[in-house]
Write a protein that binds this ligand. Structure first.
Ligand SMILES: Cc1cc2nc3c(=O)[nH]c(=O)nc-3n(C[C@H](O)[C@H](O)[C@H](O)COP(=O)(O)O)c2cc1C
Length: 439
């Protein structure tokens, strides 16, 4: 078991880079740069920017000088050097709509955000063992999960209420993900309907299930997803105890809008904007998350799910073994992006425990804090079959719509194949525990 780490802001080095780029834009506009010394200093610092990690041969001039606005924020998706640069762009877009509470909702962890931040920083506890003199020109990121072929092991995590960030919500995300061959899991409480998402995606997505506390509603949601062709139902099990999303509540204080138009009290009112509930009688529902669920509920659900059944939110080896006993087909190691409980435990830190517990009998997927292609490689090396991203694609969505999601996925794919080549792993199954070392 991992020890909780000291909380740190996750993207500190990344934020440093953004600040440095901002400074360099200022410097580039200054008459001082005409002097040879400063010009070469600028060139040296530019040469150390992360974009160079992806540059091929002598591509030192990749990237536009005009990419940043005066606020140091990217103005087009193609200008982004990494996924972190979408975060301020998304913030600007959401605050520009006078919706600080929507921004708080997306960014929030729980309590002091220790777990949210640990999810990313814990990836630094693993280093990559690179192999030399391997002809890596034909590397492939293709992967098969439950017989489905994905072009990348990176999948889209379910995020509720995407309508707050894009008018077409999950449909826009599905279009971007589908074009790139990424699988996605749609949230029960997205604004888009699963059938529309599957159509936009080009092949059926997986359906994340919040079962509610009315079995008739559970059945109706599963039936709807299966009728739309979804091959997998992903039951989220980490939201039963309540939570304290402090960032959201803090940002809510600044929100001047009248929110009652959308957020009317009562479950039936709340889900009128959630397409997957349309036509379903929710009058008996008091709780979305199925408070009171036990392993018996998993058995009951197993009895009606025709395709694959996964549990999302498993973080211990004991629960993973229990999942096997209850006929589950897959596990998604997740702490809801640090939005479930403040355990301080990063998902990458518990992955091995779960992989060892299931011992290859079912696939283990992971999400939480994945921000770099190197994170993807490390998770696969530690035994994950696939790796999910949450907030980063929503940053892309909120800032630039479909092209933003597309670019976020492209950056992660590019970074991932670059590190695969450098690690001498030409296919996903060549990424093994040997590929990483614990710091
Ligand atoms: C705004 C927001 C809403 C979310 N909604 C859901 C949801 O409806 N169902 C679910 O199972 N997980 C939900 N999650 C958790 C994600 O599926 C995923 O576990 C998490 O975002 C991964 O961490 P990351 O954001 O650091 O990449 C949500 C996460 C965020 C940020």
């Amino acid at each position: 078991m991992e020890k909780p780490t000291t909380p740190k802001w996750p993207e500190i080095s990344e934020r440093g880079i953004i600040a440095r780029r901002k400074f360099l834009s200022f410097l580039a506009a200054s008459p001082l740069v005409a002097t040879p010394t400063i010009t070469s200093a600028v060139a040296t610092v530019f040469a150390s920017l992360p974009s160079q990690a992806l540059a091929q041969s002598y591509d030192v001039l990749r990237g536009s000088r005009q990419a940043l606005g005066p606020d140091g924020i990217i103005s087009a998706p193609g200008d982004a050097l990494n996924v972190f640069e979408f975060e301020p762009a998304a913030k600007k877009a959401v605050l520009g709509q006078d919706a600080p509470a929507h921004w708080g909702y997306l960014e929030s962890g729980v309590d002091g955000d220790v777990t949210r931040d640990a999810n990313h920083t814990a990836y630094a506890r693993y280093n990559i063992r690179t192999k030399r003199l391997i002809d890596a020109r034909k590397a492939s990121t293709g992967v098969k999960i439950f017989g489905e072929s994905w072009s990348s092991p990176i999948f889209i995590c379910p995020v509720s209420s995407l309508g707050a960030y894009d008018p077409e919500a999950g449909v826009t995300v599905a279009r971007a993900a589908g074009k790139r061959g990424h699988q996605m899991i749609l949230s029960t409480v997205d604004n888009a309907v699963i059938a529309d998402v599957n159509k936009a995606h080009g092949s059926p997505a997986w359906f994340q299930l919040y079962p509610t506390d009315d079995w008739a509603v559970t059945q109706a949601l599963v039936r709807r997803a299966e009728a739309a062709g979804c091959p997998a139902i992903v039951l989220t099990v980490d939201r039963q105890g309540g939570r304290n999303t402090e960032d959201l509540f803090r940002m809510r204080r600044q929100d001047q809008r009248d929110c009652s138009g959308c957020h009317t009290p009562g479950f039936a009112n709340e889900v009128t904007r959630k397409g997957n509930f349309s036509g379903i009688d929710v009058s008996k529902v008091t709780n979305l998350y199925g408070t009171g669920m036990t392993w018996e509920f998993v058995d009951r659900l197993r009895g009606i799910v025709k395709g694959k059944l996964l549990l999302k939110g498993i973080v211990t080896g004991e629960d993973a073994k229990e999942a096997l006993r209850h006929g589950v087909d897959g596990i998604l190691v997740s702490n809801h992006g640090g939005r479930a409980e403040e355990s301080g435990q990063a998902t990458i830190g518990v992955l091995i425990e779960i992989v060892d517990a299931v011992n290859g009998r079912i696939p283990v997927l992971i999400d939480g804090g994945v921000r770099r292609g190197t994170d993807v490689l490390k998770a696969l090396a530690l035994g994950a079959a696939a790796v999910g991203v949450g907030r980063p694609y929503v940053w892309g969505l909120a800032s630039f719509g479909e092209p933003g999601v597309d670019r976020v996925l492209q950056i992660l794919d590019d970074e991932f194949i670059t590190i695969m080549r450098q690690a001498g792993a030409l296919t996903i199954d060549q990424i093994t525990r040997d590929t990483v070392t614990r710091v």
